[in-house]
Design a protein. Structure first.
Ligand SMILES: [Zn+2]
Length: 174
């Protein structure tokens, strides 16, 4: 069963109301917009590359991304270990999470990705898995043509991020 078939617009995606996929163009106070829903080719999953036994709150993420010169958090969505989801960019706002592909992708990051000794590992909590899947179903509804991939699945990426195989989602949605 495909839950996105049962969903009807308008839907709330992390607090942003989407009337339908054609009315996504919105004004943003600053920052760049992608040209439209068709521009979104990838939904890219990331991890924060922080240890699973340590807190990496939104405030710290914001601080770290600002220190890297970003206007705000580079990901569109951030999912804490508790399962709480925050949105940091409008859906069509160009993010800062994947070099060369920011104008055609949505970035989703979960807190974690390293085990207690700092080794890359799938540290998703049951809450994170549930919220991530829910969010992906919604994004798939809005951007049915976009591929769901892990950061490391993209060409030229040498990182372990997001530290788990994202095929489970690819098979779920395509
Ligand atoms: Zn990443």
């Amino acid at each position: 069963m495909n839950p996105s078939k049962k969903m009807t617009f308008p839907i709330l995606v992390g607090g942003e109301e989407v009337c339908d996929e054609r009315t996504l163009l919105t004004k943003v106070e600053s920052g760049l917009l992608m040209s439209g829903a068709d521009a979104v080719r990838f939904i890219v999953i990331h991890c924060s590359a922080t240890r699973c036994d340590r807190d990496y709150p939104v405030e710290q993420l914001l601080h770290d991304h600002k220190a890297r010169g970003f206007r705000t958090i580079g990901y569109h969505f951030y999912i804490r270990r508790s399962g709480s989801v925050t949105r940091h960019r409008k859906l069509l706002e160009v993010g800062a999470h994947i070099r060369g592909l920011n104008r055609c992708s949505i970035g989703v990051c979960y807190e974690g990705g390293l085990d207690a000794s700092g080794i890359p590992a799938d540290t998703r909590t049951p809450e994170q898995k549930a919220r991530l899947e829910e969010l992906l179903w919604k994004l798939h509804k809005v951007f049915p043509k976009a591929l769901i991939v892990g950061h490391r699945d993209l060409p030229g990426v040498e990182k372990a991020c997001p530290c788990f195989p994202c095929d489970e989602y690819r098979n779920l949605f395509h």
